[in-house]
Write a protein that binds this ligand. Structure first.
Ligand SMILES: Cc1ncc(COP(=O)(O)O)c(C=O)c1O
Length: 437
């Protein structure tokens, strides 16, 4: 049997390191909708990795594209020179985006996409002669990664509290309302929450505000669903005050909501869409900001000499050729496997199965949006995080990987899941909740 290395040296991300190292949950391989732990236990992957492997794991088409690309061009400098794959992937992406959102800036992660979009927004306003528009507005329970920009607009207090001063930002309230608990899909009540944006504008003046950034539904915050009409209202207010609207679609992008982007599902046109995760089905890290052409054009039309760099920003690994190869293979699979139709077939089934849990003990809420949902559990002894952890431990023993965070279990099964696997997932979850104290 393979020897397990010492666990001391790796300081793990977003992990209770001491707890993990006492009792490690190690995954050694994956295939399709399943992970396999170090003991060979088969686990249904109820969160598609971390919301990112909707097509399932170790897809041959992606693996082969990556292996071939590694052998042909493993890396290419991306500043002042380029390679064809990034253009091909960008072209494929903009076939899927709303009209006008057709300029793709590659990053290596969702966090980098967040900071890139924020910088792009500020620089845009300078390009069009409104340099005072620098302020950002995020939302409570929002997650835009862990870099300083994304953290500043993010709304998860525990992610922010250790790090001192962040960028100046205001936050809309999150859209979780107790009276909407156990809603199926988008609650009918709550669009008025978007009107808070008017108050923030009144406080700061639109001449000082660069952009509003929100996730169409807040994923990491626990699938906090937007009330019907809420996102449209945000768009209207942004338009009225000449503020850019950024949709962080790192989770909602690539079919999670039913259509390729949440902006299509919710029929709201942002000025930028951030993506990562599903862009390559997570096989190789990659993210992107997809900007409206008016933003790109503002940089290109600025009065700069031809040799000037219009947007001094980018990463060593921006548009990495291997990531681009993975991205192109993923785009092909989304189309050839008719993922949109598959997801739309699963959504009502998933919604029904989730809401069958109603009536079990300790439940505070069940909510869903597209092929994603959350089970919110009541705190025990004032600590909301204990029961979700116990559910995780129970499910693992029963062959189910679930993601727990705060007082929630979040679910986002792979798009390739069978309905019988959805049933099995909820059966195990129901047992796990029943045995909670
Ligand atoms: C909406 C959103 N934005 C940004 C990020 C950060 O992405 P990454 O972890 O790739 O930096 C995430 C990650 O979960 C996310 O859900």
């Amino acid at each position: 049997m393979k020897h397990t290395p010492s666990l001391d040296a790796h300081w793990m991300p977003f992990t209770a390191n001491r707890q993990f190292k006492q009792n490690p949950y190690l995954i050694s391989r994956a295939e399709g909708a399943y992970l396999y732990d170090q003991h060979g236990r088969k686990l249904f992957d109820s969160l598609s990795g971390l919301w990112c492997c909707g097509l399932g794991h170790t897809r041959t088409e992606i693996t082969q594209a990556v292996a071939e690309q590694m052998g042909r061009l493993d890396y290419s400098p991306g500043f002042q020179v380029g390679h064809e794959l990034s253009f091909e992937l960008a072209n494929r992406l903009i076939e899927k985006t709303p009209i006008g959102l057709n300029k793709v800036f590659f990053t290596c992660s969702g966090s980098e996409a967040a900071d890139t979009a924020l910088k792009m927004a500020r620089a845009y306003w300078r390009m069009v002669g409104q340099p005072t528009k620098t302020r950002f507005i995020g939302r409570g329970k929002g997650y835009h990664g862990v870099n300083f920009g994304g953290l500043s607009v993010g709304g998860i207090g525990s992610n922010r509290k250790l790090y001192g001063n962040l960028l100046d930002a205001d936050h809309l309230n999150h859209t979780w309302l107790a009276e909407n608990a156990f809603s199926r899909g988008l609650p009918t009540y709550g669009a008025h929450l978007a009107d808070e944006l008017e108050e923030i504008v009144a406080l700061n003046d639109a001449s000082n505000i660069a952009a509003v950034i929100v996730e169409p539904f807040a994923g990491s915050g626990g699938v906090i669903v937007p009330p019907q009409g809420y996102l449209k209202r945000l768009r209207e207010i942004c338009t009225k005050h000449n503020i850019l609207l950024i949709f962080d679609e790192v989770i909602t992008g690539f079919y999670r909501t039913g259509q390729c982007f949440g902006s299509q599902t919710f029929e709201v046109m942002p000025d930028m869409i951030n993506v990562a995760k599903g862009l390559t089905n997570a096989a190789i890290p990659q993210g992107a900001v997809i900007a409206h052409e008016k933003i790109y054009n503002a940089f290109m039309e600025a009065n700069l000499p031809l040799h000037a760099i219009e947007f001094p920003h980018g990463y060593t690994y921006s548009a990495h050729p291997v990531a681009c190869a993975a991205g192109i293979a993923a785009m092909q699979l989304y189309d050839s496997e008719q993922i949109e139709a598959k997801v739309n077939d699963l959504i009502p089934y998933f919604e029904n199965a989730l809401h069958q849990l109603k009536g079990l003990p300790h439940l505070e809420d069940l909510r869903n949006c597209g092929l994603a949902g959350a089970i919110q559990l009541a705190a025990r002894n004032g600590d909301g995080t204990i029961r979700p952890r116990e559910v995780f431990e129970y499910c693992w023993q029963q062959g189910l990987y679930v993601r727990y965070g705060g007082n929630n279990i979040s679910l986002a099964p792979p798009f390739i899941a069978e309905k019988s696997e959805i049933d099995q997932m909820f059966n195990i979850l129901a047992d796990a909740i029943r045995q909670l104290k």
